[in-house]
Design a protein. Structure first.
Lengths: 490, 632
């Protein structure tokens, strides 16, 4: 029941906001998202750390096609649901400083987005997963289109078509798997796992690529990433936050839940190619980030680099890699959200995101500067920040996989420092100039958003164990499925 | 519990100051910052006393504080190890650290960011203590990266200055290059030993094959090259002098830069199992010791001379480690911490007195104005030059004797580097305190001896530099090598693996006499050049082609790195962005999209509304289908 609430409550509020057009839409949306957060915390309190999906709701929906409304939560789902429910209230709160046009629709779309995200992370039916997956695209498309900056029309259309194309490949793969299910065809996740694993290596390979394409575009993994920097740059900041902090995790989650266990042989066959692409992306995107002048674009590229590491570590099919991916997804979500908010704060005050024009903000805004430093440290994975735990596990898994690949991926800790320190210096250090001399330090509302992120970055870095424990059993379960199957083939 | 307090007190100090930095007065901050380090120092003494009273094989405590990262077969705890090695490090860090904290009260007195400075300093001490106290590689790595962060923050402390910010970035990034080596090395240890705990790793490591150990130890040493400024990763350290002088003394002389020495000594068993790695360390150490010493000969910035001297002395410590003489390396690290911290703090006092001047060409004749600084600096110079019975004599002599026993070439290079050290240190002393007064009249007028909070730490460090060597007097001089004996349990396993080259007492006396005679000669040369003839270096104009010019321009290493690494990286990044990204990948994506549109325009023409055309197409279709069926 509680899980149905978690999915339908934001939808309910969203419909009200879209239809009725409240004046106090902000407050209503914030309240609704806090209730959602409370519900998810209740789930955490009731959660038992086993591999089994819990709070399952499974009711027949389109019986003739074997489609059920089937949702449930295991540790992997729970961490991502938590990421969503924790960040959405802060994303809403972060918009309080600026007046959006048509606020009721804006917040309605954000909540609709939340509903689709929770749906993606909990669906246990292939069709339902696909449905939520596509539903997530619609609100974000409108958010970017209507509230986006100059040139948003063309860029968001490209984003829309690009990701939709990827999803279509996934749909084909899902339908193909569905047709392979024994007896009465069904989209139930276990049945799809069974069906996928019985396929030959070549069939699994095709399905692997069809699905991986959809997920790779979403993350995005090199070379399927070119929609991302433009979209991040042109979107309103709340759109960028939703895209980078939460939505791209759909792709990573997809790999864990709907790719690796479905076609384990296909993954083993082609995983190395996907890992190499991801690692190329790390270096490539980091290098490009070094020479960016637009602050937002720079962080967009850094995000590609970080996601590349997650994707590579994940595909090593090792426990350390998967757990590293889980914790790094949370860390990345938090740091990238905070970073985009800092960029927005600077942009609102100075009307520019050009690093060449900024400088000296440290002199006039020491609090913002300290927050920036902590977020930056999280991003460059300094020990005792959340970033380190994830990167340490991920690089570890990659070195175990293949030492050269692991070492090349490890270069991220050098290049990450290069572009982040350069950015900090250009924006914050030096003397103030015309643009930054009147800069005002953080307001109370901004502190309310950023201080919790600072606390989370450090808390997860110092004590990640509770989070690792939540996903441990579920990750094990996925790996058991893979190794059992590999063993039975040999 | 007492053990955990050692690092936690400075952390508490950092939190107290940084969370209340606007509310607290300077004096309260001084008390918190110095007090926390001082109490840690007292605890460190207590721990040392406990250790020394125990029999050799029981000198180690393990304390587990909390579980940190645990998943799969990886399990990392926040846990501490107190053994003779970490205990010596604790004493140096908290003891010298405390003195430098006190010194900073006077030195940073007028700085608006006084509170921030002390919060960073406390944070540094916390991380440094984690580094040496961690009982596994990951906790050491936390400290390792943490001190790098503090170094970054403190080098760029005066952040309005772009050069200082560049120096800070350079330090952090160069260290990160080393850190990657260390990280990969650690992971390989984990893969091969299934653990990251020192104790478990050392128990299993002998069963690994030599190639693996060599790879691991070289990777670890790459980390040491970054942190301890060895060739080729040393160029950040001279630039790091941009930080306030107490920072140079604490972080860039006495403690952080010796982390690499500590780390190699900690892993002595691994290194003893890999002769190739030991040789690499020896060669890099010798090269760095000599190379940096030749640069120090011609520098005119008082802090730069000391910085290159630090690089050179660190090289000497690695020479000791490379020879397998681990305790000699640690001994020299300890004495170096005393005299180099002293020299830096004296330099700070000189700079303070001259209102910020760092160029020795604008000093001279200062001994009568600032006598305490002069005398203490003199003691520091005697100590680093190895004049008996000052501290440096014993520690340097030990390394030279080890080198002589091992390999005459190594001895020659180490001896040469030591003699160069004598020369540039006396050059610095003479140029600063002797000869003509070259400062402007205006400046001379304002010269004054520094306040007590500055001079007292100088005096204490001077005493330590004078007598510090007696902690390890060799048998040849009727001592008992107390430090060596204390450290013995840490190095016992590796000692049994390495072959010994004992020297007769006669040879040792001969070596000592040689060094002393040559040292006196070198001092004489320096004296005649800079005091009798009153030579003042020209520097800037010195011609490019000569050796002197080469040394003055630091062999153009920065320029070479810029041309070979930095510029190509930016060029490549730019090409990635402009060519591959926009024209290549995104171009392809857009072309695909556009071609769909173009083809649609063509296909759209088929929908022309003419019924006749549709029927015509339909008929053709039917014919085709039928003929296909027939073929089958």
């Amino acid at each position: 029941m509680i899980l149905s609430f978690l999915i339908f409550w934001p939808l309910f509020v969203s419909i009200i906001l879209l239809v009725v057009r409240f004046k106090n839409a902000k407050e209503l949306a914030l309240g609704a998202s806090i209730i959602e957060l409370a519900a998810s915390l209740f789930i955490v309190s009731q959660f038992t750390k086993t591999a089994e999906p819990q709070f399952v709701v499974n009711v027949p929906w389109i019986t003739s096609l074997g489609i059920n409304f089937n949702v449930g939560i295991d540790g992997i789902s729970l961490l991502l649901v938590l990421l969503t429910t924790v960040l959405v209230p802060f994303i809403i709160l972060s918009s309080f400083g600026s007046a959006e046009k048509r606020p009721s629709s804006f917040y309605g779309l954000i909540l609709m987005m939340q509903m689709a995200l929770v749906g993606v992370f909990t669906a246990r039916d292939g069709f339902l997963f696909y449905l939520f997956w596509e539903m997530a695209l619609i609100p974000i498309y409108f958010i970017c289109l209507i509230w986006g900056g100059e040139g948003s029309g063309k860029i968001t259309l490209k984003f829309f078509i690009y990701t939709l194309t990827g999803s279509l490949f996934m749909l084909v793969a899902l339908v193909y798997l569905y047709l392979q299910t024994s007896g009465t065809h069904t989209f139930e996740i276990g049945a799809l796992y069974e069906a996928g694993r019985l396929l030959s290596v070549s069939e699994q390979s095709i399905i692997f690529w069809a699905m991986f394409l959809a997920f790779a575009i979403k993350m995005p993994v090199f070379p399927f990433h070119t929609w991302q920097p433009d979209t991040y740059t042109v979107s309103p900041v709340q759109g960028t936050m939703l895209l980078s902090a939460i939505m791209l995790k759909m792709g990573i989650y997809g790999v864990i839940r709907w790719l690796i266990p479905v076609v384990p042989l296909g993954t083993q066959e082609w995983g190395n190619v996907a890992i190499i692409l991801s690692v190329i992306g790390i270096i490539y995107a980091s290098c490009i980030a070094i020479v960016q002048n637009d602050f937002k674009r720079l962080v967009a590229y850094s995000s590609i680099a970080h996601v590349g590491l997650i994707s590579a570590g994940l595909l090593t099919l090792s426990k350390i890699g998967m757990q590293g991916a889980m914790i790094q997804m949370l860390s990345h979500g938090i740091t990238v959200f905070a970073m985009f908010y800092i960029i927005e704060i600077i942009f609102q005050r100075t009307k520019t995101r050009s690093l060449a024009q900024l400088g000296g903000i440290r002199n006039v805004a020491p609090v913002l500067s300290s927050v920036f430093i902590v977020v930056m440290l999280g991003s460059v994975a300094l020990p005792l920040t959340s970033g380190f735990v994830g990167e340490f596990l991920l690089i570890n898994s990659l070195v175990q996989y293949q030492i050269v690949i692991g070492s090349v991926a490890g270069i991220t800790i050098i290049l990450g420092a290069v572009y982040m320190l350069r950015t900090f210096q250009k924006a914050m250090s030096g003397e103030t100039n015309k643009v930054t001399s009147g800069f005002i330090d953080l307001t109370t509302q901004e502190k309310l958003v950023l201080f919790p992120m600072v606390v989370l970055i450090i808390a997860i870095g110092v004590y990640p164990t509770p989070l690792l424990d939540i996903s441990e059993a579920a990750v094990n379960n996925i790996l058991v499925i893979v190794s059992d199957f590999s063993a039975s083939v040999k | 519990m007492l053990i955990s307090l050692v690092p936690l007190l400075p952390l508490l100090g950092f939190l107290l100051i940084s969370l209340n930095y606007k509310r607290l007065s300077h004096s309260v901050v001084s008390i918190i910052a110095c007090g926390s380090v001082f109490i840690s120092f007292l605890i460190a003494i207590e721990l040392f006393a406990q250790l020394i009273s125990l029999p050799e094989d029981q000198r180690s405590f393990n304390v587990m504080l909390a579980q940190w990262i645990s998943t799969g077969n990886l399990s990392v705890n926040f846990s501490f190890l107190i053994d003779p090695l970490s205990s010596i490090m604790l004493l140096i860090i908290t003891g010298v650290g405390f003195l430098i904290h006190v010194y900073s009260i006077g030195y940073m007195h007028d700085d608006a960011a006084f509170n921030k400075f002390f919060s960073y300093l406390n944070l540094f001490v916390f991380f440094m203590l984690l580094l040496v106290m961690g009982s596994n590689y990951v906790v050491m790595f936390v400290g390792w990266e943490g001190v790098g962060l503090c170094s970054y923050l403190l080098i760029g402390f005066w952040f309005k200055n772009t050069n200082y910010n560049n120096a800070a970035n350079k330090a952090f990034i160069m260290n990160r290059i080393g850190d990657l080596g260390l990280l990969i090395g650690m992971i390989l240890i984990f893969i091969n030993c299934g653990s990251l705990d020192y104790e478990e790793v050392f128990a299993k490591v002998s069963s690994l094959d030599t190639n693996t150990i060599t790879l691991i130890t070289i990777l670890l040493f790459v980390g040491a090259m970054g942190k301890s400024a060895q060739i080729p990763l040393y160029t950040w350290l001279p630039d790091a002098m941009a930080g306030p002088t107490p920072v140079s003394a604490l972080i860039h002389a006495a403690t952080m830069v010796t982390a690499g020495v500590y780390m190699v000594a900690r892993n002595n068993l691994l290194y003893a199992l890999s002769p190739a790695s030991l040789n690499l360390i020896l060669i890099i150490g010798l090269a760095t010791a000599l190379f940096a010493a030749t640069i120090a000969l011609t520098q005119n910035d008082i802090k730069k001379v000391l910085a290159y001297s630090t690089v050179s002395q660190l090289g000497l410590m690695f020479v000791a480690l490379g020879l397998g003489a681990f305790s000699s390396g640690i001994f020299h690290m300890a004495t170096h911490a005393f005299f180099k911290a002293l020299l830096f703090l004296c330099a700070g006092s000189v700079i303070h007195a001259l209102g910020g001047e760092q160029d020795v060409r604008k000093m001279g004749g200062l001994k009568k104005y600032i006598p305490i600084t002069y005398i203490t600096f003199f003691i520091g110079v005697l100590a680093i030059s190895g004049i008996p019975p000052f501290a440096g004599f014993f520690s340097k002599d030990e390394i030279l004797a080890d080198a002589f026993a091992h390999n005459p070439l190594a001895y020659g290079v180490a001896l040469l580097a030591s003699l160069l050290t004598v020369f540039y240190m006396f050059r610095l002393l003479f140029l600063t305190f002797f000869g003509n007064e070259r400062a402007s009249h205006e400046t001379t007028h304002h010269i004054h001896e520094s306040p007590k909070s500055i001079t007292i730490p100088l005096i204490v460090l001077a005493v330590l530099s004078a007598v510090g060597g007696f902690m390890n007097v060799p048998e040849a001089l009727f001592g008992s090598g107390r430090l060596t004996e204390f450290l013995a349990p840490v190095f016992s396993q590796s000692k049994s693996l390495l072959e010994e080259h004992p020297l007769s007492h006669g040879t040792e006396y001969g070596l000592m006499a040689t060094v002393i005679v040559l040292t006196v000669v070198v001092i004489g040369i320096a004296y005649s050049m800079y005091v009798k003839k009153n030579e003042v270096p020209v520097g800037d104009e010195s011609s490019v082609g000569t050796l002197q010019g080469l040394s003055y321009h630091k062999y153009y290493v920065d320029e070479i790195y810029d041309a070979v690494i930095v510029k190509p990286l930016f060029w490549l990044s730019d090409k990635f962005d402009v060519v591959i990204e926009r024209l290549g990948i995104d171009g392809l994506v857009n072309t695909t999209g556009n071609s769909v549109v173009e083809w649609s325009k063509v296909f759209r023409l088929l929908q022309n509304g003419s019924i006749g055309f549709y029927i015509f197409i339909m008929v053709i279709g039917i014919v085709l289908m039928l003929s296909l069926t027939f073929i089958h």
